[in-house]
Design a protein around this ligand. Structure first.
Ligand SMILES: [Zn+2]
Ligand SMILES: [Zn+2]
Length: 146
């Protein structure tokens, strides 16, 4: 069994969207495990060295979350499981950014609250309350409209 990471490590503006995606997947018969939420800069550097992440990852800023399939982890394709397709659809349905569309590195488990265009700005906001306010103001869609 996979261990779920703590969603309370995410910014309060972002967490409800993560929960909404998880609930939508349950309704479709899938179970998503929040495998990775916040990363320390040290952890991010380690992931970057292994080429499975970026040193300046959005996870450091608490605006990104990775999910995997409760049944297959990352290995859905060979199990003919459509988890990651459904995940991408639900992430985008609530107005979040899905890593499956990244040109730099296909990252199906990844969802984040800010657009690629906003990433550099988010990195400059050191204060967490201010960063949360920025994300809240920039969210593409209110959750109730999802
Ligand atoms: Zn699966
Ligand atoms: Zn990620």
């Amino acid at each position: 069994m996979y261990k779920a990471d703590d969603l309370d490590l995410l910014l309060p503006s972002f967490k409800p969207y993560v929960l909404a995606v998880e609930a939508a997947l349950v309704a479709r018969g899938f179970q998503a495990i929040p495998f990775d939420t916040w990363r320390s800069p040290k952890e991010a550097a380690k992931y970057a060295a292994l080429k499975v992440g970026q040193a300046n990852s959005m996870h450091i800023y608490k605006v990104a979350c990775d999910h995997i399939c409760a049944l297959h982890g990352w290995e859905c394709k060979k199990n003919k499981c459509e988890f990651f397709q459904a995940y991408g659809q639900e992430v985008e349905r609530v107005g979040m950014i899905w890593g499956g569309r990244f040109k730099s590195r296909f990252d199906a488990p990844h969802m984040q609250a800010c657009t690629i265009a906003d990433q550099d700005r988010v990195r400059t906001i050191a204060d967490e309350v201010a960063r949360d306010a920025f994300i809240r103001a920039r969210l593409c869609k209110p959750l109730h409209a999802a």
